[in-house]
Each structure stands twice: as structure tokens, then as C-alpha cells.
Design a protein around this ligand. Sequence first.
Ligand SMILES: [Zn+2]
Length: 302
Amino acid sequence: MADMREAGCVAFSDDGRPVATALLMRRALEYSSMLGLPIIDHCEDKTLAGEGVAHEGFHTSQLGLRGIPGAAEDVMVERDIVLAAMTRGHAHIAHLSTAGALRAVKAAKDRGVRVTCEVAPHHFTLSDERLLAPLAYDTNLKMNPPLREAVDRDALVTGLMDGTVDAIATDHAPHHADDKQVEFDRASFGIVGLETAVSLTLDRLVHPGVITLARKVDLLSVNPARIIGVAGGRIAAGDVADITIVAPDLAVTVSAAAFRSKSRNTPFDGWSLRGGVAATLVGGRALFVNPAVAAVAALGRA
Ligand SMILES: [Zn+2]
């Protein structure tokens, strides 16, 4: 781990392959805290999740799908909070999706444990009712962690509002159509997240008054940079210009066919959203200039 930090590593993660034993997570937190880096923690007890493909509940029963209970996430979040408190290590909970996990994080923060968390746009936008309608068995609704119940989604929105949630992260998982156009049981987990994150955050959180525009910048830029200890999340003379220019009132219709990604796996295709990206600068270069926003047209010519 020290060698990896020397090589430029900014955090350690078990994403997709959660650490099964408490002892190994204890050591990971001890070592990472010595190195001053966080553990980005995919919290899922695989013995509880089993062969599940969607959130365990009423709707998986209706559809005859194997379920992943919310408890599979909750017990791992609770375990790693206990270990973070014991080791004084920093656990960052990735793609937190349940009300129970959020309660655990809030209580841990209140007693000073070094824990932070993020949520994904699909988890604060959708719930498991979508598994039935408008299209049952739509594999664009298969992700891990799965879409949870409406009460979980509502809890995440509250956490975004009250400050318990530190960051919004996309859990971006593009897949080839061949991995999605199969039976629900066999489809890959995950959706394209990057290209809809800004519009969903503006439409679902900023415009309804759940969060302010400034809080949105904190959730998408300032706090993520702080959590992994990298430069970014601020605009200052001499800094590298990694900047997303936002058009808060732009009328956006999500079009999977027009994605820059080679993948099309999104449940938001055809959605009308208020707010979008005007331009994206990476390392000072305009890599994306939205032709629908006249104010940034000059960037495209630069
Ligand atoms: Zn993960």
C-alpha cells in the first residue's frame, strides 16, 4: 500500500469485490490511516446478497427475481464503522443506498468516527417500483447496489439536504449491449452514469429546492476532491482548469444514442430534465462544448 501511494495512488478500494473478513478490513484501515489515505468501501455482505439481482422486497417477489436485502449493505457499513472507530482510519462508503446505512453513517459522524459517504444519482432518483413499469425486467434498472425502496430513496434525499451525504458519485458502469440485452438474471450490473449526473442533480435536487447550487458544487466537486486529497474543486489563478460549466436552466432531453460513451445502458433515455452541461474543460482544453448553449460557443473555437 505504501508503494502504491509512492506511485501516486490516492485511495484504496475493494469496489466490486468487498472485503469479506473483518480482520482484513481492520488491517486495511490501519495501514491506510498510517498513509493518510481513505478506504473507499463497497459495503456488501456477499453471504447475504447471494445470487440476488435486485432489491429484496415486494417487487422481486412479484417478478420472481432473487433479492439482495438492504441488510447486506447495512451490516457491512456497521462493521466498517466499528473498525474505522477502532483504528481511527477513514472509511468512505461508496454508493450508499439504504436508509439503514445512512442512519449508521449519521450516528458515526455524530460521535466523531472518520466516515464519509457518497450516493449515486440513480439511487436518489429511482426506486424498485420501476422494476415493474413502464417496462418489466428492464436490465437498465439492474445495478449493484440495486434500486432500493421509496423510503430508502427519500432518506438519501434527506441526507443530501442535511449534510450527512458528503458527495454525489456516479458509479459509472458502461456495458456492451450484448451484456444487457439478455435475461435479467444474466445481465451485467450497472449503468452509464457520467452523462446524466449533472442534469439529474439539477433537475431532482436543485430546482425543487432540496439543495442549493453551492451545495451541488460541494457534492460533485469540492467534497470528492477533499475526500481523496487531490487538488480540484476550486477555481484559482495558476490552478489546472478542470472545470464543468453548468447551464442550470437548459432544457435537456436525455438521448442514449447521442452519448459520447460507446455504451447506451441508461434507464433515463428520453427523460426531459432541466439543467445540463454547457462545456467541459480538462487541463485547460475545452473537450466538450454544448452547441445548444450560445454563451460558450467561443470556447469551441478556442
Ligand atoms: Zn461498488
